[in-house]
Design a protein around this ligand. Structure first.
Ligand SMILES: NC(=O)c1ccc[n+]([C@@H]2O[C@H](COP(=O)([O-])OP(=O)(O)OC[C@H]3O[C@@H](n4cnc5c(N)ncnc54)[C@H](O)[C@@H]3O)[C@@H](O)[C@H]2O)c1
Length: 432
């Protein structure tokens, strides 16, 4: 498709009631996981969303997801790991919602101007998140933004500020929050099974992108102005969301960060290098955490690491009465059991139903459902933009701490007093 703006026909007209008309910006590698979630919603009888428009940088990339038999052939999943959402198989929207043919666009402004959607799901590279979100909010659309919320804390603050007072739902797609293991662990902590949180450890070194592969085959992930940071941001927001959700607010971060692999590559099946990307961002961090409630902890992560990966066996949270070790609760009084099983047996049925409507377990389905419910009920989403902004500030606190070589308070990153690492990003995006 030529650089000129183009749209291929489909849904139009404002739905007064009926399903939420969703516009998706980014025919991204993560899109199949969201489409699988939509299909799971439908299969569970929770039918409240239709994809009315799909926008990508190139029109044919959007068309590739529209209708079976139309457009270019599907791309194989970028991850071979079935537990990774990037391993979700290709889906056509015609198979998910045979009753709706989405319009295809190569310009989100045109999609917004055509007024064919009520809400926008932002799956674009991180450096575009705030631009798409700000345009969508200005057009009166609700917005759900893939994590991380934005390319810098200032960009995230701009989104939160634009949302304020508009009566629109702005959420971050922090899928970890909707996972069964997270729900069970949070319930166990809230129910006092391990007492007051005292110590936290989580981490891993190496994964399928280690030691030097272009992560998710997306060169933008290695460019500071497009991604914000490396693993500290891309994975860090997930990790810090989980930590905050289970332990409570993080007051201070002290971190070491490095880039072990200055070049990342793609290899063909025979192992020959077929593409090279200069890696400008971090690929390893070690962060010490001080929590507002008095607990302390450590989180580390790397997608460098030669030899083979090592994963700490799930997070460990120690409290005054026992611990949560991976997915298991172990108490001083002898109680021991998987958090998910204790949750299934002991949590109030109303809570279990509210967290897993229709018995759904697919976290992408659950977060899309929560987005639609929040819009219908006129309330903030559980993973609101404010939550996403705190995750982002905590993740950037890792990079800021390493840059200024001292512990930093999350509050001073959140309000912009500490932004030495991010200054270049903010200047590039006109956010300074
Ligand atoms: N929750 C998770 O586990 C998870 C996993 C992977 C990715 N993600 C997030 O999903 C988002 C996308 O990541 P990805 O790896 O799928 O990216 P990707 O590079 O595969 O896809 C980006 C998409 O954005 C589109 N795009 C780029 N510029 C555009 C423009 N100017 N206008 C319209 N569309 C444009 C591209 O056409 C492409 O379809 C990121 O925010 C990432 O952090 C989340």
């Amino acid at each position: 498709m030529a650089a000129a703006t183009a749209a291929a026909g489909g849904a139009s007209g404002k739905a007064a009631s009926g399903p939420l008309r969703l516009g998706i910006v980014g025919a991204a590698r993560i899109l199949p996981a969201h489409l699988r979630g939509l299909k799971a919603l439908l299969d569970a009888g929770l039918d409240g969303i239709r994809v009315a428009a799909l926008c990508a940088r190139r029109l044919e990339d959007a068309v590739a997801f529209r209708r079976r038999g139309e457009g270019p052939p599907p791309r194989a999943p970028v991850s071979a790991n079935p537990d990774d959402p990037l391993g979700a198989p290709h889906l056509w929207l015609s198979d998910v919602h045979p009753d709706t043919l989405p319009a295809a666009y190569d310009d989100w402004r045109r999609m917004l101007a055509d007024d064919v959607v009520d809400a926008v799901l932002v799956l674009a590279p991180v450096g575009l998140h705030h631009r798409v979100a700000l345009d969508a909010l200005a057009a009166g659309k609700h917005v759900l933004i893939e994590k991380p919320l934005a390319v810098s804390v200032a960009a995230g603050r701009a989104i939160a500020a634009a949302a304020a007072g508009r009566g629109l739902v702005v959420g971050v797609a922090e899928v970890l929050r909707y996972a069964e293991a997270t729900r069970a662990a949070r319930w166990a902590v809230e129910a006092g099974l391990i007492g007051e949180p005292q110590l936290w450890v989580s981490g891993g070194i190496g994964n399928e992108w280690s030691p030097d592969r272009i992560v998710a085959d997306t060169p933008w992930r290695h460019r500071k102005r497009e991604a914000g940071g490396g693993g500290a941001i891309d994975v860090g927001v997930h990790l810090f969301h989980l930590v905050r959700h289970l332990v409570g607010p993080i007051a201070e971060v002290s971190a070491y960060v490095t880039t072990m692999e200055p070049e990342r590559v793609r290899r063909d099946a025979a192992g020959a290098v077929v593409a090279r990307v200069r890696n400008e961002v971090d690929d390893a961090f070690f962060a010490n955490l001080r929590f507002a409630g008095g607990a302390i902890g450590t989180t580390f992560w790397s997608w460098a690491g030669r030899g083979e990966p090592v994963a700490f066996p799930g997070p460990a949270l120690y409290g005054t009465a026992g611990c949560l070790k991976g997915d298991e609760v172990v108490r001083d009084d002898g109680l021991r059991g998987r958090a998910a099983e204790l949750f299934a047996r002991q949590a109030p049925p109303a809570r279990r139903h509210a967290l897993f409507p229709g018995g759904l377990r697919d976290p992408f389905a659950l977060q899309l459902h929560e987005f639609a419910r929040a819009i219908a009920e006129g309330r903030p989403m559980e993973t609101s933009a404010e939550e996403g902004l705190i995750d982002l500030a905590t993740a950037f606190a890792v990079l800021e701490s390493a840059t200024v070589n001292r512990p930093v308070a999350v509050a001073e990153v959140l309000d912009g007093r500490v932004a030495a690492y991010q200054a270049e990003i903010d200047a590039h995006h006109g956010l300074a």
